[in-house]
Design a protein around this ligand. Structure first.
Ligand SMILES: Nc1ncnc2c1ncn2[C@@H]1O[C@H](COP(=O)(O)OP(=O)(O)OP(=O)(O)O)[C@@H](O)[C@H]1O
Length: 473
């Protein structure tokens, strides 16, 4: 027994001795090496544990951002520094799904429109929706209400640029000195939210020199504001129909430059984006001009998105009296061809200086389309030119423009040219206009297409609401 005890104690002594021995590793004692190894292992395990915990937390935050961000925005838009970065980063796949307007979203929009007709939600309900949807924006900059209040000097009257159906537009100067236009959307029973969402979805990420750039937004409680690049030379309507004296500053060449710029902006919406954007409210007051007469298409509040798999979307008829295409007015079926029609009317307006509907004129001239076609048919195209244009256009250029007008308003929407083609048609020098403009028979003064048009359409389409009325309803 005692020999067993003495064996045990001697082996323990041996082990301790071994531990106390120096190792070949820098002469460090074995027990120190073991302790160091255990310490490193413990530290590694701790690090792995911390990493796992951090990742788990990050995932949790990411998935909750989609629903909590709106509240954050609303909370911090009172002017304090936002928790989230003001620069909204590139849209991630998840956000894109939420932004994309495909079939489902169209249905959602149509439902929303049906709701509007059948009885609107209370504004409180709409605001709730807004809180969930506003932050699914994947572009631009978020502005606090305080920032925009400062920029517009408290939304002062002297900074008002204009007022549309959806709100008042102010000129503002941001802290960095950049000039912007701030549209303060009327909180008209959820309409502000709708316009806000539509504009943001339609042009938030679109960038083109002939589209007014949307640089950011503000969402504070029920308040919605859109911040645009400032365009410093008024709108086309003011230049065409305002008091400009006996000679219009808009020469023929300037007018064609404006027409081409507008066509390029619309071509980008129709042909350069997926889903394509149908503007739905192409008209002279929505064409802004800079000091060099560059045209910038604005006001996307009525825009609709159209996926490539769809040839049209059916929707409630909206737009502005005189510009809405007949097929859309009568069926509610909308595609980019409707914008082409409106562009045709706009081009007529640019050429003639006349409004699409002008009740102050003799009955035969009240309707621009009818008067225009009659004049072309009777070969009096040169009399169509705005008398305020001092230097007459060269006949080739005029004929080209007249032909583009007629083609844009073709009754058959599929025969209307695409906006991209229109750009080339107006620009091209060798456009084959002669034979197409000439009436086919002497006896028949109205070109076949024009004749078909005038026999089928009655203007104004009775059930088309004017923008102002329909928007403010
Ligand atoms: N980015 C901008 N820069 C300069 N002026 C602007 C800008 N955006 C709008 N405006 C001016 O503000 C006015 C109101 O614009 P808004 O788009 O709200 O309405 P509208 O197009 O005139 O009318 P509606 O919306 O009823 O069709 C316009 O006359 C336009 O000249």
């Amino acid at each position: 027994m005692s020999s067993v005890v003495s064996d045990d104690s001697s082996s323990t002594n041996n082990a301790l001795h071994e531990l106390a021995n120096s190792t070949p590793f820098l002469g460090v004692k074995l027990y120190i090496l073991i302790c160091a190894f255990l310490l490193i292992l413990a530290v590694l395990l701790l690090l792995i544990f911390l990493c796992i915990r951090r990742n788990r937390n990050r995932n949790r935050t990411r998935s909750s951002t989609l629903t909590t961000k709106p509240k954050r925005l609303a909370k911090h838009s009172s002017g304090t520094i936002p928790l989230v970065s003001k620069e909204i980063v590139e849209v991630k796949a998840l956000d894109l799904d939420l932004l994309r307007i495909g079939d489902g979203d169209f249905r959602k929009e149509e439902d929303a429109e049906a709701e509007e007709i059948g009885g609107r939600k209370s504004s409180e309900e709409s605001d709730d929706v807004a809180v969930v949807e506003a932050p699914n924006i994947g572009w631009g900059r978020w502005y606090s209400l305080e920032e925009l209040t400062r920029a517009t000097r408290g939304f002062a009257d002297e900074n008002v640029i204009g007022e549309g159906g959806y709100g008042i537009v102010y000129r503002g100067v941001l802290q960095d000195g950049s000039v912007v236009a701030v549209k303060n959307l009327l909180n008209n029973k959820g309409q502000a939210e709708k316009e806000f969402k539509v504009e943001v979805e339609a042009i938030g990420k679109a960038k083109h020199k002939n589209l007014v750039g949307l640089v950011g937004y503000c969402a504070d409680g029920a308040q919605r504001m859109l911040v645009y690049e400032y365009v410093d030379n008024g709108n086309l309507e003011q230049w065409l129909h305002g008091e400009v004296g006996p000679v219009s500053p808009l020469t023929w060449d300037i007018r064609m430059k404006i027409a081409i710029g507008t066509a390029k902006g619309l071509a980008y919406l129709h042909e350069g984006l997926e889903p394509k954007v149908v503007h739905r409210d192409v008209k002279s007051s929505n064409i802004l001009l800079d000091k060099r007469w560059n045209a910038k298409v604005s006001d996307f509040g009525l825009a609709k998105l159209l996926g490539s798999e769809k040839s049209y979307v059916s929707t409630r008829v909206m737009g502005t009296f005189g510009y809405v295409s007949p097929e859309y007015a009568s069926t509610g079926m909308l595609n980019e061809g409707s914008d082409v029609y409106s562009f045709g009317i706009l081009l007529m307006e640019i050429i003639t200086g006349r409004s699409p509907i002008d009740y102050s004129r003799p009955p035969a001239e009240m309707n621009l389309v009818d008067w225009f076609k009659g004049m072309v048919a009777s070969r009096r195209g040169d009399e169509l030119v705005d008398p305020l244009i001092e230097i007459q256009p060269n006949p080739r250029s005029l004929k080209r423009a007249l032909l583009v007008c007629l083609r844009c308003i073709d009754m058959d929407v599929s025969k209307r040219p695409k906006m991209g083609q229109i750009v080339h048609m107006i620009e091209a020098d060798d456009f084959p206009f002669r034979s197409e403009l000439r009436p086919t028979r002497e006896k028949d003064p109205v070109p076949p297409r024009a004749a078909a048009f005038s026999s089928k359409i009655s203007y104004p389409p009775k059930h088309v609401e004017s923008t102002e009325r329909s928007r403010r309803r």
